[in-house]
Design a protein around this ligand. Structure first.
Ligand SMILES: Nc1ncnc2c1ncn2[C@@H]1O[C@H](COP(=O)(O)OP(=O)(O)OP(=O)(O)O)[C@@H](O)[C@H]1O
Ligand SMILES: [Mg+2]
Length: 211
């Protein structure tokens, strides 16, 4: 079983949106996906409850707090455990839960306020033992990107100075909001718009599948 943590101490950067969209993408490829909602807001658990019967199945567990993951034993046969974490999480607390082979994705928005906060989180994360020892792979996602904007270009340049790769620039689109309301992600659709937006994830999905 592979584990992926979606984390950033900054709120509203897209942790839950990315969690459910990656869950739908992996489930759509036939993987058995378990989503652990470690946020008392329960955004991802509610998405799972809304998920239609005919969509690729995503299992879920409500933990409400990140530290509860430590005592949680997923059922046998799960391919991917996706962990949605709350805003305000401390990198040290996350670091204590990380095991060799785990992956961490840090979504962030292309604004100076968001990047300032996110970079502090990244610096703390880089200092945790499993990440510093390169036993845990960490990647960045720029979310809600509006193509050809100065803020997006500035964010990409700024993130080039990070020790972690920028794996995706996920464009801003209402499709995420509409799909989430129905318990779906972009990978549940085959429309021209959905197929185009799915391309934002090509590199990220390759990174996930690499050992
Ligand atoms: N790429 C996107 N395009 C358009 N809207 C988006 C996108 N990503 C996220 N959103 C919207 O932005 C808002 C915040 O996203 P989300 O809830 O996923 O962030 P979060 O990091 O999980 O927040 P929190 O810290 O509160 O848990 C939501 O309303 C979501 O629908
Ligand atoms: Mg959330």
């Amino acid at each position: 079983m592979k584990r992926l943590f979606l984390a950033n101490s900054k709120g509203g950067c897209g942790k839950s949106t990315l969690t459910v969209n990656l869950a739908a993408a992996l489930a759509g490829k036939g993987r058995r996906v378990l989503l652990a909602d470690c946020d008392p807001q329960l955004s991802t658990a509610a998405w799972c409850e809304r998920r239609p019967q005919d969509a690729a199945p995503v299992e879920w567990v409500v933990l409400r707090k990140l530290k509860r993951l430590a005592g949680f034993q997923p059922p046998a046969g799960i391919d991917w455990l996706l962990v949605d974490t709350p805003a305000g999480v401390h990198a040290d607390d996350l670091g204590k839960l990380l095991e060799p082979g785990d992956r961490v994705l840090v979504p962030m928005l292309p604004s100076v306020i968001d990047l300032d906060a996110s970079e502090r989180f990244l610096a703390d994360l880089a200092g945790t033992r499993p990440v510093a020892a390169a036993r845990v792979k960490t990647g960045l996602v720029l979310n809600r990107v509006r193509a050809d904007t100065l803020s997006a270009r500035a964010a990409v340049e700024r993130l080039a100075g990070q020790p972690f790769p920028l794996l995706a620039q996920v464009r801003d689109t209402q499709a995420y909001v509409l799909a989430a309301a129905m318990g779906k992600g972009l990978f549940d659709y085959r429309s021209a718009l959905a197929l185009d937006r799915q391309q934002d994830y090509t590199r990220l999905l390759r990174w996930l599948q690499r050992d």
